[in-house]
Ligand binder design. Structure first.
Ligand code: AVI
Length: 322
């Protein structure tokens, strides 16, 4: 299930006109752009799951291998009996794999679609009856306001998959700061997966795979926009473009017009695109180990422990409150 993803079905929870206003403003701007959350309608979420299986897309399996290899050290850092708060939980499978080693007291699954969470969590309840489980349907990308009923004790946030990379650095800092503020006691922390800077050809291939699954994921956004805006985008008029921007340390994903085009949407909305003009649909920032540790500390965290794979392609961090 998808990850900035906090918005698997944005139209279900944000007021429709707010969605429309945000999308139209992005499309009409000189450098057209859309928020990556709109990549995750039902088909988009399935395509993202397929991306995670691709040979070129290393983050998911590299992170899983780190969690497996260092399970006992990570468990010591997190500590038993925590309130494990899984941001963008999706089908909860990543957290569930850690339950036997982390042994949390309470598990709080947070994602945009509460219905989807309920299904995933009810299966887990039978498997792990000793863990109290709660589902929270909310879009935490703009504000992280947890209900008072969520345990204040040993809050350990879990944000895997390098979803942090889909925020621009300043937004990431703001988001990490919000997590820090939501950790009420002195014994909480954050367990987070971060994709690391590496050679451009590896990154380019991870976001432009030979089978064209990432291209389909990107182009599917146009179907989603058509539904949200009553627009007339034709995926065949657009080309997937994804590349690593070495100066900005980020993958940029765009849709590029194959020819001069006019797109219409509801209430007379219209945008001309010249051949080669692009819509920027996602950025995926890559960090250095020290750069990310500095950001965690700027956000108010204290001691940071990190674990990585042999190639140093991906990193799992545990940050304690200061
Ligand atoms: C969800 N997120 C961390 C993915 C990434 O790598 O930035 C989304 C993705 N976009 C294309 N491929 C994967």
């Amino acid at each position: 299930m998808a990850q900035l993803r906090q918005s698997a079905h944005p139209e279900n929870c944000v007021a429709q006109d707010e969605v429309e206003q945000q999308l139209v403003a992005g499309l009409l701007s000189p450098h057209a752009h859309t928020s990556p959350k709109y990549l995750y309608d039902v088909l988009g979420s399935r395509l993202f799951a397929a991306i995670c299986e691709l040979p070129e897309y290393y983050p998911t399996r590299t992170e899983a291998a780190i969690f497996e290899r260092y399970a006992s050290q990570i468990a010591v850092a997190v500590g038993a009996d925590a309130t494990l708060i899984d941001l963008g939980a999706g089908n909860c499978s990543k957290a569930a794999r850690l339950f036997p080693s982390l042994r949390p007291k309470q598990y709080v699954a947070v994602d945009i679609s509460e219905k989807f969470l309920q299904e995933a969590v009810s299966a887990l309840r039978q498997q792990f009856p000793q863990i109290r489980m709660t589902c929270l349907g909310m879009d935490f990308s703009s504000e992280l306001a947890l209900p008072l009923a969520i345990g204040q004790h040993r809050r350990q946030f879990f944000y895997p998959g390098s979803s942090i990379g889909n925020f621009a650095p300043l937004e990431s800092l703001k988001f990490l700061h919000q997590i820090r503020k939501a950790i009420t006691g002195s014994d909480g922390g954050l367990l987070i997966g971060v994709d690391l800077v590496k050679d451009k050809p590896i990154l380019d291939a991870a976001y432009d795979d030979a089978l064209g699954v990432t291209a389909a994921f990107n182009l599917n956004l146009l179907h989603h926009l058509n539904r949200l805006l009553d627009a007339d985008f034709r995926p065949q008029d657009w080309r997937h473009r994804a590349f690593y921007n070495e100066e900005q340390h980020r993958i940029e994903m765009h849709l590029e017009a194959r020819e001069d085009l006019i797109v219409h949407w509801r209430q007379g909305g219209i945008r001309r695109f010249a051949q080669g003009e692009r819509i920027h649909t996602e950025s995926s920032y890559k960090y250095t180990r020290q750069g990310f540790i500095d950001m965690l500390q700027q956000a108010g965290f204290g001691k940071v422990q990190t674990w990585s794979d042999e190639r140093n392609w991906f990193m799992v961090c545990h940050a304690q409150v200061a």
